[in-house]
Design a protein around this ligand. Structure first.
Ligand code: 7RM
Length: 638
């Protein structure tokens, strides 16, 4: 397979970028031509950012799974689509050819249909990183059901919130998942969530860990039994539902600055075109390359660069169930050598944590198959960049620092491997079709270079979100109201003298902990529901490995007994209500919080305290009670 839209030089990039800005419709329609459509679109793009209304390839008819699977048959029938590397290195690796993946997706799609799932129905998927997770997403897409993948680390309460918000009727899960030495009891967490969700009609369970579970009569079904029924009838091809380009493909919940996560909605056509285009260009994918993205499919990175983008491009994807440090810190490198990985796409937090083990885990590892390294999820610090470049890429692999968001669907700012220059700690340049703009707090556009501001986009790209599920006003308020007629990313950004972009981090109350987005308000709500808690304020502080750590200042009625135990209890409440990713690293009991006269918490001051920069607290004179600050500083957990 060759990619007619693959840019092969800096001049190609330059030219594509110019055309994409001069005539975006022509630019994207020429790329979209290379996909399989039942019917071509009526209009390439209709948009306004006021409502917002964004439509790409409207009237075009397609099914994304025909582009991921059918289209590659028969030429690639025996080529490997998916390599599965299990948690336990002693367990057998699995390989699925494009034919095998096609067969399994069709079987499962038919299972869903037989159980009453229809186009537009919402299906939640709560599974570990096993091939069946990718199969489940594709099976939904095949019949036009909207999938909502929920990361396996979320708690029963978080699941219930998401199931309710989208009125999910069908859940796909497994008995359990492996994570290093741990076994995560997924089905039992689902059972707890479903106590609050009577509208869920069926639960399909894939047996993976053989963890004992209970199956509810008339609700729970075994995956293998249901598939067997379909196979018994022969010819298990499930006709792909013909979708409009603007029909929803999936919902993915993500944290914002308000309490409740938002269901970001992506649609079929634009998302397909954008993820494939960005995959092929940023990573410079070549036929036969093994692409190893270490993200979980529960996050957008897994959706776009494990499942949809790579499979549409006919790539070989590697799916890894485990963690970077099990059985030892050489696990990634063993996998790279074992499967001759060409592209490794991971997060700075993983790199920093592996750096901490020194060079011993790299002994005896060749890594010579690697061609391209990728980074995603958070700013990569220079030290980690150089370590990655020197010790993993052996100085010969370009690193792509890819900046994007759940809402953007695909990579917006990144260098292209070996095509456009890298600059450590910089995402560098916008992809064709992407038009960044920096503004200050007052909405003044910051022209020219060597300047910092809030990062916005002034023109739509095909992969962008269309709405937030069930609440279009919220979509508008969150992304399109801060700056009129612009998409606001929530990130701060510096543009250097050459026009390279460096993302400096969130400018709103969203934390990025180990590459996972989590709203401070969400954590505060969880803490505040703990008995005895009067009020709390959560801020991020610099953390060597996680990027940001979570620091909670908590006012508590009274501490009964051991204060440390009370803190442990609060941390457990957060884990129970949201999941371990939201658990505070530090909790400090305080008498009061620094508030302005209008009652707003001054987080700026709390951030400084959490960071240990107590000499740089700035002006505290506008506080209702400045003496509170001194008290907090004295008790700070540093
Ligand atoms: C893909 C993903 C989005 C937020 C985003 C940024 C931060 C992501 C980079 C980055 C600096 C990067 N989606 N972010 N990539 N910051 N450099 N290369 O992570 O929705 O979960 O998070 O992550 O703050 O707004 S996400």
């Amino acid at each position: 397979m060759s990619y007619p839209f693959q840019l092969r030089s800096a001049a190609d990039y330059e030219q594509a970028y110019q055309s994409s800005v001069q005539n975006p419709e022509l630019f994207w329609s020429q790329i979209a031509e290379h996909f399989h459509w039942h019917k071509k679109w009526d209009a390439v793009l209709t948009w306004n950012f006021e409502e917002p209304k964004i439509e790409w390839f409207k009237g075009g008819q397609l099914n994304i799974t025909e582009n991921c699977l059918d289209r590659h048959l028969p030429a690639k029938a025996n080529d490997t689509a998916l390599i599965f590397e299990p948690n336990d290195p002693k367990s057998a690796t699995q390989k699925l050819s494009y034919q095998a993946l096609f067969d399994r997706v069709n079987q499962l799609a038919q299972v869903l249909k037989n159980n009453g799932v229809k186009k537009g129905d919402r299906v939640a998927i709560y599974m570990g990183m096993i091939p069946e997770l990718a199969i489940a997403t594709l099976a939904c897409a095949r019949i036009g059901a909207i999938h909502s993948v929920i990361f396996g680390g979320f708690s029963a309460q978080s699941i219930a919130d998401r199931l309710q918000d989208a009125q999910v009727s069908f859940v796909i899960t497994c008995d359990g998942a492996y994570r290093g030495t741990k076994e995560i009891p997924l089905k039992s967490v689902i059972d707890d969530a479903l106590v609050q969700c009577p509208f869920v009609e069926k639960v399909l369970v894939y047996m993976h860990t053989h963890t004992p579970i209970s199956m509810l009569k008339d609700r729970d079904l075994w995956w293998e039994d249901e598939v067997a029924k379909v196979v018994a009838l022969g010819n298990p091809i499930c006709k792909a539902e013909v979708m409009d380009a603007e029909d929803p493909l999936f919902i993915l919940y993500t944290s914002g600055s308000t309490g409740k996560p938002k269901g970001v909605v992506h649609t079929v056509g634009g998302y397909m075109v954008y993820t494939t285009y960005s995959f092929v260009n940023v990573f410079q994918y070549q036929e036969g390359d093994v692409h190893f993205c270490t993200a979980d499919i529960g996050w957008i990175t897994g959706h776009s660069y494990i499942v949809y983008g790579p499979l549409c491009a006919g790539a070989t994807i590697l799916l890894f169930e485990g963690i970077p440090t099990y059985p030892d810190a050489g696990r990634f490198w063993d996998i790279v050598d074992k499967h001759q990985v060409a592209i490794l796409y991971t997060a700075p937090t993983a790199i920093r944590s592996l750096m901490g083990f020194g060079l011993a885990p790299l002994e005896g590892k060749s890594l010579s198959s690697l061609k391209v390294l990728g980074s995603v999820g958070e700013p990569i610090n220079e030290e980690a960049w150089h370590w990655y470049h020197e010790h993993i890429g052996k100085g010969r692999c370009p690193i792509v620092d890819t900046w994007w968001q759940t809402e953007t669907g695909g990579i917006l700012i990144s260098n292209m491997a070996g095509i456009t220059p890298a600059k450590p700690a910089y995402a560098t340049l916008p992809l064709p079709g992407v038009q960044p703009i920096l503004l200050d707090e007052n909405g003044t556009v910051l022209e020219g270079n060597d300047i910092s501001g809030n990062l916005c986009m002034r023109f739509p790209w095909p992969g962008m979100l269309r709405t937030t599920y069930g609440d279009h006003v919220r979509c508008r308020t969150n992304y399109f109201a801060t700056y009129p007629n612009l998409y606001f990313t929530g990130d701060g950004c510096y543009r250097d003298t050459q026009g390279n972009y460096r993302i400096t981090g969130r400018v709103d109350d969203v934390l990025n902990v180990s590459g996972h987005r989590i709203g401070t308000a969400e954590i505060e709500n969880a803490i505040n529901s703990h008995t005895g808690v009067v009020e709390s304020a959560v801020v991020g502080y610099p953390h060597d490995i996680k990027g940001q750590g979570i620091y909670a200042f908590v006012i508590i009625e009274s501490v009964h007994g051991d204060a440390d135990l009370s803190k442990l209890d609060i941390a457990q409440t957060v884990t129970r209500l949201i999941g371990a990713i939201a658990k505070p690293d530090k909790i400090q009991f305080v008498q009061g919080l620094p508030k302005t006269r209008s009652g707003k918490i001054m987080r700026r001051i709390l951030r400084k305290i959490a960071e240990g920069a107590v000499d740089a607290l700035g002006d505290t004179s506008t506080l209702l009670d400045p003496s509170i600050v001194e008290q907090i500083v004295k008790g700070a957990e540093l």
